[in-house]
Design a protein around this ligand. Structure first.
Ligand code: ADP
Ligand code: ZN
Length: 440
């Protein structure tokens, strides 16, 4: 079955489809998707209540007439209310834990799993992964879609796939040495954990491992974090974006230009809306990403509010792919917190910290209330040499961090420098903000 592959593109026709043909494809798929969605109990009711007939939607420009779909809707439709095919046609269910309220599910048909695996293979092939590579998947399997999503894509591409899962870092390193792992997938906070363990083991990954590529995603991270992991691990890092509602990873992915992520427009219709007015923002401007599935059979989602903040980057990409690019995700609108009337995103703090060589691999933002005042403390792990060094240089570092933070967020927070490895670690995605203000 090994058909001759294009040297650069996994799916040359689709990846380089001229915009006007891409648009025609989208229109066609949108109409089918809407007709399918209208067969699900939830959308049938939603569209009826909104008073729109799906036949009236001819193309992307009419989308604004349809209501947005929210996480809350998904909860209301739990578990099978969004199913657009017979229950027997669904072959996989992923559920998100839902820290607040009821969980949500996403259902897939056999064809949905096929197209998802194909798209994941497309993403990884784009970064230079080939069947000669050994891929170690260091994210959770199970309900977390990152594990199975990458797994099937990697097998589809033909890489030797090691389903290592997260954790047990010494064993991970052993696998890398024994199997000659060249490509890994992890969440950014785990990549840092891995670097710490390599350090403990006295292994220099740049010389002693075969790694060349790392896919990092599933949580926001800064450009500085990317460069750090690249430098210390000796790899090229590619940003990977997805969410379980849109199947999981494989929604948008970086190409070798490492300048924004191509969002696969044969599979998703992209809108970027002003989070307040819910009207489209201009190209290049930041807003909330709203996505419509174009090739999902079991559970199409129409105008789903991701809450993720990003912008569509203007202009074509030199790599030749015609699908537009989105900027690094700044976070979800709910990641933002307000201190002393200022809106702050954790990523702003991270960008500053990770650009400083004395800073270690972890940080945390703690919010307290003292009397009537909000107090923000940034706890920063510093490198061991720095931590064990003299008080004067520690103080100088604290002052430097303070000054940088002040110019970014316009008030002076507190900064606490701590020993490497001392901040609490979370299994799974990092928890950046500890808000202790409530209830006081
Ligand atoms: P959960 O909602 O439980 O976190 P998901 O795995 O579906 O489960 O998380 C998807 C979310 O993770 C996205 O909506 C986005 O906020 C975040 N995310 C995923 N990939 C990236 C990325 N490359 N950069 C920043 N955030 C990301
Ligand atoms: Zn590109």
């Amino acid at each position: 079955m090994n058909r001759e592959r294009h040297p650069v593109y996994w799916d040359p026709e689709i990846e380089t489809l001229p915009r006007e043909r891409l648009r025609a494809l989208q229109e066609d798929r949108l109409r089918r998707t809407l007709a399918a969605a209208a067969r699900s109990p939830f959308y049938r009711r939603l569209f009826r209540e909104a008073g729109v007939a799906v036949e009236a939607i001819r193309g992307p420009e009419d989308l604004g007439r349809l209501p947005l779909t929210t996480k809350d809707h998904l909860r209301q439709g739990y578990p099978f209310g969004f199913l657009a095919v017979a229950r027997e046609e669904a072959v996989r269910l992923h559920s998100s834990s839902g820290t607040t309220g009821r969980a949500t599910v996403v259902l897939h048909s056999a064809r949905d799993l096929e197209t998802w695996a194909e798209r994941m293979a497309r993403c990884m092939y784009m970064t230079g992964a080939r069947s000669s590579d050994v891929f170690q998947n260091m994210t959770g399997y199970g309900m977390f879609t990152g594990g199975l999503g990458f797994h099937y894509g990697s097998e589809r591409l033909g890489m030797l796939t090691v389903p290592a899962g997260p954790g047990n870092s010494r064993r991970q390193v052993q696998f890398m040495q024994d199997f000659g792992t060249t490509v890994i997938h992890a969440i950014p906070s785990y990549a840092f954990r891995l670097l710490a363990v390599l350090e403990e083991m006295g292994i220099d990954p740049r010389r002693e491992l075969n790694l060349k590529t790392a896919y990092l995603g599933a949580e926001p991270y800064s450009e500085e974090t990317r460069r750090r992991v690249e430098r210390e691990l000796g790899v090229r890092v590619f940003n990977s974006y997805g969410l379980s509602e849109m199947s999981g990873p494989g929604v948008a992915f970086e190409c070798p230009e490492q300048n924004g992520m191509h969002i696969w427009e044969d599979a998703f219709l992209v809108e970027v809306l002003d989070p307040k007015t819910l009207t489209p923002v201009a190209e290049g401007e930041e807003g909330e990403l709203v996505l419509t599935t174009l090739d999902r059979e079991a559970m199409p989602l129409i105008r789903y509010r991701t809450r993720d903040l990003t912008a569509v980057l203007p202009g074509p990409c030199p790599c030749g792919r015609t699908h537009r690019r989105i900027d690094r995700i700044k976070g979800r609108s709910d990641d933002m917190f307000i201190v002393k009337g200022v809106n702050v995103f954790p990523i702003q703090v991270e960008t500053l910290l990770m650009g400083m060589p004395e800073v270690g691999r972890d940080y945390r933002i703690v919010l307290d209330r003292e009397g009537d005042l909000d107090v923000m403390t940034v706890e920063v792990e510093v490198r061991r040499e720095v931590f064990q060094g003299d008080v004067k240089s520690l103080n100088a570092l604290r002052d430097k961090i303070l000054a940088a933070l002040k110019s970014e967020i316009l008030f002076t927070p507190r900064v606490r420098l701590v020993e490497p490895g001392s901040l609490p670690r979370n299994e799974g995605k990092a928890v950046r903000v500890l808000d202790r203000r409530r209830g006081s």
